[in-house]
Design a binder for this molecule. Structure first.
Ligand code: ADP
Ligand code: ASP
Ligand code: MG
Length: 418
């Protein structure tokens, strides 16, 4: 008998019919002789709708604690309904909130990390032959406050629970039937990967591939969780995420990811003095503003110039912080640009193959698009570019790296949320 964690995302439980279908999938898995823990996200667009509702009341900066209180209700609805649907099929099932499932997090609202899981109640219910349905995306702090794990965080709940109960397998059921060489909703001839290494998937997830939450991959790698991404609509074989993945011959780049909503801020005429960079980036860090690529250009007449990329949602706050530094740092001017995207290529084979980044730059420039910023590591290269022709760029890179398959892929269920 195997112990399996099955996670279903929002689009898989978008309405009553789908919840019933997911329930029969779970019951089927149980009848195959498995013990099942199910992690589920809020139905369809629920989380987005709740965010919008909060904005109508509290604008763009709602109180973080109340936001977590609000958003966690979404998952509470789906666990209750999924447990009911499983019971309708004659199985014993029980739903748990994050707190009831013992998911303890750090005391940070909006993007808390899981610190430990006490799976006592989950294990007890499993012993009683019950299907255990756990609310994704939520936890509680030592002080008993409710927290959320960041958007897309139900994947992380699933993997962390799988690690805590030493599950044999963690299956992420979603609206595509595996991990592809790039988002199959953008590139119709994207290639489905049979397997991918934790490291490559971690890069792809960090660089924006929504199919898995980055911390879920991190947690799977750390705890060696046997992780599979597959479709909740079909029985197609999915993609395995594992320590060492076998690379297809001749494939150097295994995936292409993108991150929309990127912005650039440039600070010009910064008097050359030790500690200037530190002053700016410490001030931004103190305001919990994540900065991504940083570029400092040469010093001319004792003045430096630097630019950095960040999330488009943080630009106004970042500009305010920088303005506050004008008297101490003494820069000449600051400017910003929004509507940018970051496109990245990822592949473990890049490190030993020359010319991979050069091909990326050439492919983008052949489209007549200029590259604003670049960052590289052993297994990835990222370019920040104007976002208007993103799909075209991804398609061109996909072809350039020999990733196109001959036929269009079958992608699975409808995507209501895009
Ligand atoms: P869920 O609600 O099940 O968590 P998500 O929307 O978070 O689903 O993730 C699935 C989506 O991820 C797919 O519909 C697809 O558009 C997107 N995606 C982005 N990159 C990839 C990729 N490389 N492979 C598969 N899907 C991807
Ligand atoms: N419901 C949450 C979200 O929409 C968590 C998740 O779907 O993983 O971000
Ligand atoms: Mg998701």
């Amino acid at each position: 008998m195997s112990l399996v964690v099955m996670k279903f995302g929002g689009s898989s439980v978008g309405d009553a019919e789908r919840i019933k279908r997911v329930a029969s999938r779970i019951v089927e898995r149980k009848k195959e002789g498995n013990r099942c823990v199910v992690v589920v996200s809020a139905m369809g667009d629920t989380t987005d709708d709740l965010v919008e509702l909060s904005q109508q009341i509290a604008g763009n900066t709602p109180p973080a604690r109340e936001m977590d209180m609000l958003l966690t209700t979404g998952e509470q609805i789906s666990v209750a309904l999924l447990s009911m649907a499983s019971q309708q099929l004659g199985e014993e099932a029980v739903s748990f909130t994050g707190w009831q499932a013992g998911i303890q997090t750090e005391a940070v609202h909006g993007k808390a990390r899981i610190q430990e899981i006490n799976p006592e109640r989950v294990l007890k219910a499993l012993e009683q032959e019950k299907i255990v349905v756990v609310a994704g995306f939520q936890g509680f702090t030592e002080e008993g406050e409710i927290t959320t794990l960041g958007r897309g965080g139900s994947d992380t709940t699933a993997v962390a629970v799988a690690a805590a109960i030493k599950a044999d397998l963690c299956e992420i059921y979603t609206d595509v039937d595996g991990i592809y060489s790039t988002d199959p909703r953008i590139v119709k001839v994207a290639r489905k990967l049979k397997e991918i290494s934790y490291d490559e998937m971690l890069e792809l997830a960090n660089l924006g591939a929504a199919v898995l939450h980055p911390r879920a991959v991190e947690c799977a790698k750390h705890n060696k969780v046997n992780l599979v991404v597959r479709s909740s609509f079909t029985h197609n074989e999915g993609t395995q995420v594992k320590e060492e993945a076998v690379m297809e011959q001749g494939i150097v780049v295994s995936g292409i990811a993108y991150d929309k909503n990127i912005a650039r801020i440039s600070i010009l005429g910064v008097p050359e003095r030790a500690g200037q960079l530190a002053a700016v980036f410490t001030a931004l860090a103190n305001e919990k503003i994540d900065v991504d690529i940083i570029v400092q250009s040469g010093i001319v007449e004792n003045q430096a110039e630097f630019s950095f990329s960040l999330s488009g949602s943080d630009v106004d706050r970042a500009l305010a912080v920088i303005e506050g530094l004008r008297p101490t740092v003494g820069f000449r001017s600051v400017n910003s640009e929004t509507g940018l995207v970051k496109v990245s290529i990822v592949g473990a084979g890049m490190v030993s193959t020359p010319g991979v980044a050069a091909k990326m730059f050439a492919t983008i420039s052949e489209l007549g698009i200029s590259i604003n910023m670049v960052s590289t590591s052993e297994i990835k290269t990222s370019c920040v570019i104007n976002g208007e022709r993103l799909n075209e760029v991804i398609q061109a890179l996909h072809t350039a790296y020999g990733l196109d398959t001959d036929s269009a892929v079958f992608v699975g269920g409808p995507s209501e949320r895009r």
